[in-house]
Design a protein around this ligand. Structure first.
Ligand code: ACM
Length: 630
């Protein structure tokens, strides 16, 4: 019996030393005691409202599997009469649709917001206050205690986005819903859907059926992107897929129910090989085109729409017309990035157009194209957004700019009084390495978690009303599976959620990494994949004045000890501890092996680098940064 009592008290004893919410709310006030969720807990909606009922139902459904409780939802009842969770639309609250308060006492939980959207965010916070097993999908034996707190909260930015590229690899409808579910849990509100690129067209367009019957398919390939074998004539184009218009409507509704708006992107005039594979007549040069599956092409293959061909604008009018019908988002993204203009230069029709319109450069020709696209998009009742290349040759009158080549495009656009979404690659490209390339899946460039966390979307001296917010982008050339997608998304989207939601003064890296210690076990319960690269050592090399190799070791996270060897043995906490002074590898050394420990336990992955690896990485990531920042 005594044993049973001990087990019981272990199960029920909970210490709420720290309230761990990601993204960090505006204010948290700890109270004493806790609310215990049981099968008798009632959900009350004092003033009935169908949207609030949907949110209450969403909450009840999420907790149903792990708790085994089917909580009843009552409308138009008095609240605070029993142990209840009360969803209260509060007309008196400041009319901010995102704002909420969450009051948890031992007797009741009050969720108050001026609008249902605020309640949805309160539910996300409430879920994070429940024991981690709430994330599990099967029945858990847990006492469901929630610490007593009062939380007041509202977001910093109105545009909190994540982009998913479904062209380079196709991810089906069910995964897209899961992705939406996950970003909703972090209070993101925008899903930017990159639906068309050289590697596949993914949205059914009834006026142009070959976009999907041809443009959505390519020959299957694996292995390193850009090193793959080009297709043979008789190979089946069997890899790919697309979303039907019914799929899109279903996903849009699913996202709306989670207060997420979907921004569709059709990337033109560059990145258009899949269009040309289906309709070669929209190129300048004509010929036969193949949807690309990861084989190298650059200036030899035309992948741009031809701006001097009137049929291209007829095509775009139909495409954007259908896109506008499907997506309620006020914007349509037209891409605009990385358009190679060599085929325009060679085209007599483009030259004639330039002469006729008085366009002096190819950039001005691109700007002519973009401005016409803006008119088409506006004619469908939408506003245009594009990557920062749309600044070149002159910005279209009402364009919003998504700044990806650093912040400078965004700053230039804001200075011209245009709205901006900041999405600088070096902070928020979620396809980049998040740890040492030696122990990470192969990709390019570097965006460690701490770098993402340090992202500040509003530059100094810029009117903050013009900075709508920010966005993380997950390109998928090197990301073929959903498991890998999760690995790239987490924990960087956790950091990004805090950048975009939390008050600037609440951002605190050490606090954030502490919170991850309790957030990761929640993700384990949810069976979500995530990277633990933040615990690995950072190995940086340089040459000293005499040309001798020097090695610096560091970590992103505080409280880690670094141990290393140069003798080929695997390091542990009996090996040499790094003391902060740069290392000079001994002459006979062949490898450096490094590992991190925390509280005498191994924490990060072991990194093994040969002397050649160390030599090769001198200045390497800096070079990539310079290249992209030109
Ligand atoms: C981009 O990364 N080309 C927008």
């Amino acid at each position: 019996m005594k044993k049973l009592i001990i087990i019981f008290s272990l199960l029920t004893q909970t210490t709420f030393a720290q309230i761990n919410i990601i993204p960090e709310p505006q204010s948290i006030q700890k109270l004493t005691g806790e609310f215990t969720l049981t099968q008798n807990t009632k959900i009350n909606i004092p003033n009935s409202n169908p949207e609030v009922r949907n949110i209450a139902q969403y909450f009840a459904e999420i907790i149903a599997a792990p708790t085994g409780y089917k909580l009843s939802i009552s409308e138009n009842v008095k609240f605070h009469t029993n142990k209840s969770i009360n969803f209260i639309l509060d007309e008196k609250m400041l009319a901010s649709p995102d704002k909420y308060t969450l009051e948890i006492t031992p007797k009741y939980i009050d969720i108050k917001a001026h609008s249902p959207k605020g309640m949805f965010y309160a539910v996300q916070t409430l879920l994070q206050l429940l024991p981690k097993q709430i994330e599990n999908n099967s029945l858990q034996k847990v006492v469901w205690k929630i610490p007593a707190v009062t939380i007041t909260d509202a977001p910093r930015y109105g545009w909190r986005g994540v982009m998913l590229d479904v062209s380079r690899h196709y991810f089906g409808k069910e995964y897209v819903k899961k992705f939406i579910d996950q970003i909703a849990r972090l209070k993101f509100n925008t899903f930017h859907w990159h639906l068309a690129d050289d590697q596949g067209w993914r949205i059914e367009i009834k006026s142009y059926p070959k976009l999907t019957s041809v443009g959505a398919w390519r020959v299957p390939r694996t292995g390193k992107w850009w090193d793959r074998e080009p297709p043979k004539e008789d190979e089946e184009r069997s890899y790919g897929g697309f979303y039907t218009q019914d799929d899109i409507r279903e996903i849009v509704k699913y996202a709306q129910d989670r207060y997420i708006t979907i921004l569709p992107e059709i990337d033109i005039p560059g990145h258009s090989l899949a269009i040309l594979a289906a309709y070669p007549e929209f190129s300048c040069g004509g010929g036969k085109f193949e949807v690309n599956g990861g084989w190298k092409f650059y200036k030899d293959v035309e992948n741009t729409l031809c701006p001097s061909n009137e049929q291209v604008y007829v095509f775009l009018d139909k495409v954007f017309g259908e896109v506008a019908q499907l997506f309620p988002n006020p914007y349509i993204h037209m891409g605009g990035d990385e358009a190679y203009k060599g085929f325009w230069e060679k085209s007599p029709e483009c030259q004639a157009l330039m002469k006729r319109e008085g366009l002096k450069t190819l950039e001005e020709l691109q700007s002519y194209f973009v401005k016409r696209v803006e008119k088409i998009i506006q004619s469908k009742g939408k506003r245009m957004i594009g990557w920062d290349e749309i600044l070149e040759g002159g910005l279209a009158p009402d364009a919003t700019v998504m700044s990806w080549r650093g912040m400078k495009g965004g700053i230039a656009a804001a200075k011209q009084n245009h709205q901006v979404v900041m999405s600088p690659w070096e902070y928020v490209y979620l396809d980049l390495y998040q740890g040492d390339p030696n122990v990470e899946p192969q990709t390019y460039g570097m965006a460690r978690l701490k770098k993402t966390y340090s992202f500040e979307p509003t530059p100094k001296g810029i009117d903050d009303k013009l900075i709508l917010g920010g966005q993380g982008n997950l390109w998928t050339e090197s990301v073929p599976t959903t498991r890998h997608l999760e690995y790239m998304l987490y924990p960087r989207t956790l950091a990004l959620s805090e950048v975009l939601w939390s008050p600037k003064e609440k951002k605190n890296w050490n606090n954030f990494t502490q919170k991850l210690e309790s957030y990761f076990p929640r993700m384990d319960e949810a069976k979500l994949n995530y990277a633990r690269s933040m615990y690995d050592a950072i190995v940086r090399t340089e040459k000293d004045d005499k040309g001798k190799l020097k090695v610096e070791l560091s970590t992103e996270v505080e409280d880690l000890d670094i141990y290393y060897t140069f003798d080929g043995t695997n390091p542990d906490d009996f090996s040499t501890k790094y003391q902060g002074k740069m290392l000079s590898p001994p002459n006979s050394a062949t490898t450096l092996k490094v590992i991190t420990y925390q509280n005498n336990k191994p924490k990060g992955k072991q990194i093994t680098l040969t002397m050649k690896d160390l030599q090769d990485r001198i200045g390497r990531y800096k070079m990539i940064a310079d290249m992209l920042d030109e």
